[in-house]
Design a protein around this ligand. Structure first.
Ligand code: BEZ
Length: 328
């Protein structure tokens, strides 16, 4: 994705009363399969996907989509979205004829170009509109695992859609780390193994469950929150502390290291590994009853679900009456 050309044009679309003309910007990006041109209409709308179109054979984005996108009733829909209209290579207006013997990209390769476009625009989600061959290209793209960029799929595993579309500094940092990782091929192998994992088949009360003390933590806005809640339901409640962390997405260790540290201290203390003198002043004063419930030999007779309120920073634990304040 080295080279980039941008042309700014103002569309000669008939305006509705009170409407200002929308600026269309045409870009070209280099991809592993050659350059691709696309035209962006409108501005990105926070927390909304982009509409991305792909035209049929014999057409380009304008001859394929202009009548639809300029249809009067369509305006109230499209004004809520930024639109990305892709021209298949060599189909853009004014495109030179490819040299004799030029190997045109396969439809799969055309699909593989889409992540390059999205990465360049920093868009993570799209609503695709494809016609004929364009519908095939978009369907190929949507068959995640085959054509979606590995880095975007991994980001979707690590963070919730809300976090990704919020595009905070943290998300930008991790998107950059993963997309430009020199060992991305190795990461892909780890990713493939993860996707081929076997079910752990935990059964609460059965032979196949964890017998050791477990602290299970999930952000209240994590992408796989349900799976962690289900996992908790299959663990031994007398051995398990479950913490649903407020104001936290997919990676609590990144977004809430303070709260996680505090919870980890309680967990270690429950196993007799932390003297209460190591606990923070606030925690010590508020948790005497809870911490005394776990003896030095790790005898654990309680079941605990910890849920954190975002405002007070408190941890409330079951059985009722045990409240831990988090000093972070
Ligand atoms: C649009 O507004 O998205 C649009 C305008 C002209 C042609 C195609 C699409």
């Amino acid at each position: 994705m080295a080279e980039l050309r941008e042309v700014q044009i103002t569309e000669e679309k008939p305006l509705l009363p009170g409407q200002t003309p929308e600026v269309a910007k045409t870009h070209s990006v280099e991809t592993p399969y050659g350059s691709v041109t696309f035209t962006v209409y409108g501005t990105p709308k926070p927390k909304r996907p982009a509409i991305l179109t792909y035209h049929d054979v014999g057409l380009n984005y304008k001859s394929c989509f202009q009548p639809l996108f300029q249809f009067a009733d369509m305006q109230e829909i499209i004004q809520n979205f930024v639109r990305v209209h892709v021209d298949a290579p060599g189909m853009e207006e004014g495109a030179p004829v490819f040299p004799l013997g030029y190997q045109y990209p396969s439809l799969d390769q055309l699909a593989d170009m889409i992540p390059c476009i999205l990465q360049y625009l920093n868009f993570s989600t799209i609503i695709g509109i494809g016609v004929g061959a364009g519908a095939y290209v978009l369907s190929r793209y949507a068959l995640t695992g085959l054509t979606s960029s590995i880095s975007e799929m991994i980001l979707g595993h690590l963070f919730s859609q809300e976090e990704l579309s919020g595009n905070s500094e943290l998300i930008q940092k991790y998107r950059n780390i993963i997309a430009h990782a020199p060992n991305l091929d190795n990461i892909e192998l780890y990713w493939n193994s993860y996707n081929n994992r076997r079910d752990l088949n935990f059964v609460r009360g059965g032979d196949t469950t964890l017998k050791c003390p477990v602290m299970l933590v999930v952000g209240d806005q994590a992408p796989h929150e349900d799976a962690v809640v289900e996992c908790n339901s299959k663990l031994d409640p007398t051995q398990t502390s479950f913490l649903k962390m407020a104001d936290s997405g997919g990676q609590p260790q990144l977004t809430q290291p303070g709260k996680l540290t505090e919870a980890f201290k309680y967990f270690l203390q429950g196993m007799g590994y932390m003297a209460s003198s190591c606990m923070t002043r606030l925690s010590r004063s508020r948790t005497a009853s809870l911490t005394s419930a776990a003896s030095i030999d790790g005898n654990r007779s309680r079941s605990r679900t910890l849920s954190q309120s975002s405002e007070s920073g408190t941890l409330s634990s079951g059985p009722p009456g045990h409240t831990m304040e988090v000093s972070c």
